[in-house]
Design a protein around this ligand. Structure first.
Ligand code: BES
Ligand code: MN
Ligand code: ZN
Length: 504
């Protein structure tokens, strides 16, 4: 799908011979005197169009517009959230129509159309027109090929938001693609190949470790999860270098369980198919790298993806088995279904070698997270205030929100065991929190955050599918970091100078 951004008043948009013209109509109505404005004003006055987000009025070959289809979409207060809702409704209504060229514009004063609104519009167009086809060879793909976003007045800030939005869409769509693929079309080796393909983009490198290298390193926890499967594990290391070589990177760690049966602690059959989505953390890391490749920001990012299947087998790890993790800590595996934290703990220990400025892991980690927060907000845990605040803010800005959860040490009580340094499960209460407490033991000296995306990474039911979250949140966070690094350079304080000297 191709996007373009241009200055387009309502009269000019009306003259565009596209397949569909979507006009976002706010509360407060229309002031213009051109034919389309008058037509919209009439519809509002007659009560045939309500300006609330989600409300639509669709017209075929309307005399006031050159487009085949005219869709008036209420956009309420015009906020980014309202734009998303309006555009999802409008583009969703056109999903099965033969619309290849779409033009989207606003009834609004220039200052009312913000960068956030433009980005929300792009992401919503992509979301509402997305179609998965990889394992449906006869299915028709997305029909939409060209999208023009027309704003009342184009400026540098809107252009920047547009570029971010286009990159976010590319990243979100890659994350959806890999999330949606069934387990037999997304094995650890295939995920590694997807990561290697990203290394064709400028400034991205990729290195993939297999079972032998992982064993030599001493990642006993990752090995334990993988030993029940005949698909060989992969440990993927992606590097994006946009900043100076010595600049400390942000490390993203994505859970890459390509299918989670639970292992010997096997899951019940209903909905077990959804455990193909258990690599959505990994997919979000791939998506972020795709977007970085597009935007080329001046910062360094490392992506780590431990990837394996979790299956029962004669060689599978058993409840009660004790393994030694890369950190040297021994772990009693009381429940083989708590496998995500096992593969992540070795990756968190591995992350230390990059002397990171921050490490963020992203994982479909616990069913308990869905009970706590439902499907709206991802759970966010952090050992560092600034990191927590930055992630919170990015979640809001990208309409990909998270909610901070507690890390009191007392939550770790249940992880104590007689037989190892730590057990891999505590009781049922606070299951997302105790999982985070387990991970925290393996996070090194760096600022660390953990995103439990069990409730947000995919949708169940009729609209079953990966959401591409939290690519939007992560990308926004990283690009803000780029700005902070640039600002710190422009005004070097004593502390900053000392830090740089220490790291080089
Ligand atoms: N991948 C699951 C978590 C999950 C389950 C995400 C359902 C979304 C929907 C994870 O590996 C898991 O099985 N967690 C267990 C942990 C328990 C054994 C402590 C869970 O949540 O039941
Ligand atoms: Mn599991
Ligand atoms: Zn899992």
């Amino acid at each position: 799908m191709n996007f373009e951004l241009k200055t387009l008043g309502l009269a000019a948009a009306a003259a565009d011979k596209c397949d569909a013209l979507v006009v976002l109509v706010p509360q407060g109505g229309v002031a213009g005197t051109d034919a389309l404005s008058r037509w919209i004003a009439d519809a509002l006055k007659a009560g045939d169009l309500e300006p609330q987000p989600g409300k639509l009025l669709i017209h075929y070959r309307c005399a006031a517009a050159a487009a085949q289809r005219l869709v008036l979409a209420g956009v309420g207060d015009g906020s980014a959230r309202a734009v998303r809702k309006a555009v999802e409704a409008a583009v969703g209504a056109l999903k099965d129509e033969p619309v290849r060229r779409l033009c989207l514009c606003w009834v609004a004063k220039p200052e009312a159309v913000t960068g956030a609104a433009v980005r929300a519009a792009l992401v919503a167009v992509a979301d509402a027109s997305y179609r998965y086809t990889t394992t449906k060879p006869k299915a028709e793909g997305r029909k939409l090929a060209r999208v023009t976003i027309g704003v009342p007045k184009l400026d540098a800030a809107l252009k920047k938001a547009f570029d971010r939005g286009v990159a976010a869409v590319a990243g979100i769509e890659l994350a959806k693609e890999w999330g949606n693929r069934p387990g037999n079309h997304a094995t650890p080796a295939m995920l590694a190949d997807a990561a290697k393909a990203l290394a064709r983009l400028p400034r991205i490198r990729c290195e993939v470790l297999g079972p032998r290298e992982v064993e030599r390193l001493g990642m006993g926890a990752l090995l334990a999860v993988a030993q029940g499967s005949s698909e060989p594990l992969r440990f993927i290391v992606l590097k994006y270098q946009g900043g100076p070589r010595a600049a400390a990177p942000v490390v993203l760690v994505g859970k890459g369980i390509t299918f989670d049966s639970g292992g010997i602690s096997i899951k019940p059959a209903p909905e077990m198919d959804e455990m193909k989505f258990d690599m959505c953390g990994a997919a979000s890391v791939l998506g972020v790298f795709r977007a970085l490749g597009e935007l080329q920001p001046a910062l360094n990012v490392v992506g780590l993806i431990p990837s394996s299947e979790n299956l029962p087998d004669g060689r599978a790890v058993k409840p009660g088995d004790v393994v030694t993790s890369l950190s040297g800590q021994t772990i009693e595996i009381l429940n083989t279904d708590a496998e995500g934290r096992l593969i992540l703990c070795d990756a968190l220990a591995y992350a230390e070698r990059f002397k990171p400025r921050a490490v963020i892991d992203i994982a479909t980690l616990t069913g308990a997270c869905i009970i706590a927060l439902g499907h709206l907000r991802s759970a966010m845990y952090a050992t560092d205030e600034a990191l927590a605040q930055a992630l919170e803010a990015s979640g809001e800005a990208a309409l990909d929100p998270c909610w901070r959860m507690p890390l009191d040490d007392d939550y770790a009580e249940g992880l104590k065991t007689q037989f190892a340094d730590v057990a891999n499960v505590a009781g049922r209460p606070g299951g997302s929190i105790t999982a985070a407490k387990f991970l925290q033991r393996f996070a090194g000296a760096y600022p660390w955050a953990h995103l439990d995306i069990a409730g947000t990474a995919w949708k169940s039911g009729a609209a079953k599918g990966a959401t591409g979250r939290p690519v939007g949140l992560l990308l926004d966070y990283l690009l803000d970091q780029e700005q902070k690094v640039a600002q710190a350079k422009a005004t070097p304080s004593k502390v900053a100078t000392k830090k740089v000297a220490h790291r080089s």
